[in-house]
Design a protein around this ligand. Structure first.
Ligand code: NAD
Ligand code: TYD
Length: 351
């Protein structure tokens, strides 16, 4: 059966890297990027491949079941790689319902249509759900999240992602639909919307603005270069065991404050500023409510069973990321104007 893969959220940060990888690596596949183009979706991310003969774009909201049905029919969708989501924890604290709608109801809409259209031969189709390590909650100072760690989400964002994971699993168990789930750690890299830690701080350093570190900066995250996440999705989509899940991460934990200091050093160097200049921008602000202390992924299953491992070291990936932002100031200006700017001012006004 010809592969006509619907990639949702393909105009976003991770989705755009996944779309590019599939369009370039699989010229025989038809790649349909479906995206509502919210504040986080930007077709500029895909300028280099927008004219590829195997690439198609549909501006559709996953809450619109009738429009989804039309897309499935028009493109004879054989598989789904689902990334469309509301993805920012701080926004989920101020507007939890947006996360319920897109992340839960939107996912169930997709599952319903896939179930209905693929029911005669589930074995020929796959629903790949892209999820996060945040569904597992928080770790103390030691230990790792494995695929069998219990779900214990603490933010409205992670609760909505956990719920969507459960629905995907339930459609597999109840109806026999083919699925795989990947739970990945924090990504960084080019095209990351500057509301998340690394791109926000790069942007603020460039513009000499304060760097709002939540609490004491002692929270720990496990960082993976976005292109390695896209490679992991490629691997699991093609070779992952049906009805299974895989944790994805780079065994690369950083305390926020250490990461911010490293970023400041690298930026001072790139911008020709005296060592220590950017660190002076660090501004400790009120902590995020329910702030998970530590995430750390045990990625040994995907390595052992499917041979995936990260291809880029953190040093190289962070350098590439900083250079990309310094060379793409126009992209930064575009995405930081308008609605995003208003939201950003509101978010930090009380801190
Ligand atoms: P993002 O916010 O950069 O992009 C999300 C994309 O989804 C945007 O293009 C947006 O326009 C689109 N979208 C949002 N709501 C939609 C709707 N209702 N209908 C159609 N399209 C809609 O997010 P990201 O960081 O690229 O994350 C992508 C996926 O990966 C998410 O499911 C997220 O939970 C997961 N994930 C992210 C990370 C991370 O570090 N960023 C880590 C692990 C997993
Ligand atoms: P973020 O990039 O929002 O990802 P997540 O919350 O999904 O892990 O945040 C990464 C870490 O950085 C997290 O511990 C919160 C912290 N943080 C700050 O200290 N200041 C900020 O302005 C932001 C956006 C995040």
């Amino acid at each position: 059966m010809p592969k006509h893969i619907l990639i949702t959220g393909g105009a976003g940060f991770i989705g755009s890297h996944v779309v590019r990888l599939f369009v370039n690596n699989y010229p025989d596949y038809k790649i349909i990027n479906l995206d509502a183009l919210t504040y986080a979706g930007n077709l500029e991310n895909l300028k280099d491949i927008e004219h590829a003969p195997n690439y198609f774009f549909e501006k559709v909201n996953i809450l619109d079941a009738a429009a989804l049905e039309t897309v499935f029919e028009k493109h004879e969708v054989s598989d789904v790689i689902h990334l469309a989501a509301e993805s920012h924890v701080d926004r989920s604290i101020s507007s939890p319902l947006d996360f319920v709608y897109t992340n839960i109801i939107g996912t169930v809409n997709l599952l319903n249509i896939a179930r209905h259209r693929w029911k005669d031969n589930y074995a020929a189709h796959r629903f790949h759900h892209v999820s996060t390590d945040e569904v597992f909650g928080t770790l103390g100072d030691t230990g790792f999240f494995t695929e069998t760690t219990s779900y214990s989400p603490n933010s409205p964002y992670s609760a909505s992602k956990a719920s969507s994971d459960h629905f995907v699993r339930a459609y597999g168990e109840t109806y026999g639909m083919g699925y795989v789930i990947t739970n990945c750690s924090n990504n960084y890299g080019p095209n990351h919307f500057p509301e998340k830690l690394i791109p926000l701080f790069i942007n603020n350093i460039i513009n000499n603005k304060p760097l709002p570190v939540y609490g004491k900066g002692e929270n720990t995250r496990d960082w993976l270069f976005v292109i390695d996440h896209a490679r992991a999705i490629d691997t699991v989509f093609h070779h992952g065991k049906n009805h299974d899940s895989y944790n994805v991460g780079g065994f690369n934990e950083w305390k926020n404050l250490d990461l911010v200091k490293l970023l400041c050093q690298l930026m001072d160097d790139r911008l020709g500023r005296a060592p220590g200049t950017s660190e002076q921008l660090i501004n400790y602000v009120t902590d995020r409510p329910g702030h998970d202390l530590r995430y750390a992924i045990d990625a040994s299953k995907i390595n052992r069973e499917l041979g995936w491992s990260p291809s880029v070291t953190f040093e190289e990936g962070l350098g590439r990321t900083i250079d990309w932002y310094l060379q793409n100031t126009e992209w930064l200006q575009h995405v930081t104007s308008g609605d995003y700017q208003k939201y950003y001012e509101g978010l930090y006004a009380g801190r």
